[in-house]
Design a protein around this ligand. Structure first.
Ligand SMILES: C[S@@+](CC[C@H](N)C(=O)[O-])C[C@H]1O[C@@H](n2cnc3c(N)ncnc32)[C@H](O)[C@@H]1O
Length: 283
């Protein structure tokens, strides 16, 4: 790709989704844009750019963002975060909480929110059925996948046999030759999928939420975009609520009042103005 054209693709990715494409991504962008061009029957990169710019906010912009973004995810990715969640939810339920709200920001194809639903179902069995996971992503393609809740046998590998049997049913809904599995309606009813652009605060969400999982998406954002996002997370968390970010991520360069519990887990103060260390001892 011509340098000027690449710069324009970078600007579009940043302005529309907060995605900061580094210079090393040029080959990737060029390969993926090439694929889009073939699908549309466009032969020059500048032709594609024209099409994209004429269609800002429309369908091609979504297709472009889909093409350049990485949707990699899997069930129970970074398992310690799910263990942490189960601990927090159990403790909270023991103290009498009967309702749980979780926001899974950048939920990709659904493995993460369904893993969360499985954990909540198990942690709250016999206690309450009132738990909901709001799962959001910028990509309508991954959201459609996630909403269907159909997964290949291979993708279920991280799940134990008993979890597979309990939360999935074999289905013919998949497109390929491989057998596919669909999340049961009992589990699905706890997860709501919505499109949300994390780079465009304020978000049309009310909160409060008990826990936010926002993992492996801030790596694509620069500090300005991360700051806007984290400020919104702070607003939406209930006092004492938690933010979980990817194991490879950090909030360095972002100013916020969340206190760090461990490298990728943060907590909002229980009572505003009181140091979180004091709170930690008393709750
Ligand atoms: C690598 S996946 C991470 C999925 C999951 N959170 C995990 O940790 O396995 C990153 C996801 O972020 C989404 N994404 C990228 N930019 C976004 C934005 N501005 N707003 C919302 N989602 C975005 C992508 O569509 C993709 O599904």
């Amino acid at each position: 790709v011509d340098q000027t054209l690449f710069r324009r693709f970078r600007e579009i990715a940043y302005e529309s989704a907060g995605i900061a494409l580094s210079a090393e991504k040029e080959a990737l962008v060029s390969a993926r844009v090439g694929k889009r061009m073939r699908a549309l029957g466009i032969t020059t990169t500048s032709g594609y750019l024209e099409r994209l710019e004429a269609d800002r906010g429309g369908e091609e912009l979504l297709a472009f963002l889909d093409a350049i973004s990485t949707n990699y995810t899997r069930f129970f990715r970074e398992p310690e975060h799910f263990e942490f969640l189960v601990g927090v939810v159990r403790q909270s339920a023991k103290r009498g909480r009967k309702s749980f709200r979780i926001w899974c920001a950048a939920s990709s194809t659904g493995e993460e929110p369904y893993s969360l639903a499985i954990c909540l179902s198990e942690a709250l069995e016999g206690v309450t059925d009132d738990y909901r996971i709001l799962a959001t992503d910028i990509s309508t393609r991954v959201l459609a996948n996630a909403g269907n809740g159909v997964f290949s046998e291979k993708s279920l590998a991280p799940l134990s046999k008993s979890r597979r049997a309990k939360y999935f049913r074999k289905t013919t809904a998949g497109s390929g030759r491989e057998p596919c599995f669909e999340v049961t309606p009992e589990l699905k009813q706890h997860v709501l999928f919505r499109r949300l652009n994390l780079a465009k605060p304020p978000f049309p969400l009310r909160g409060p939420v008990d826990l936010v999982f926002c993992r492996n998406v801030m790596i694509y954002f620069d500090n300005a975009v991360r700051q806007g996002l984290i400020s919104e997370v702070e607003r939406l968390l209930r006092p004492g609520g938690y933010l979980v970010i990817g194991l490879a991520e950090s909030l360095s360069g972002v100013s916020c009042e969340l206190s760090q519990l461990r490298p990728s887990v943060y907590r909002k103060r229980s009572i505003p103005g009181i140091a979180s260390a004091t709170i930690a001892r008393s709750t």
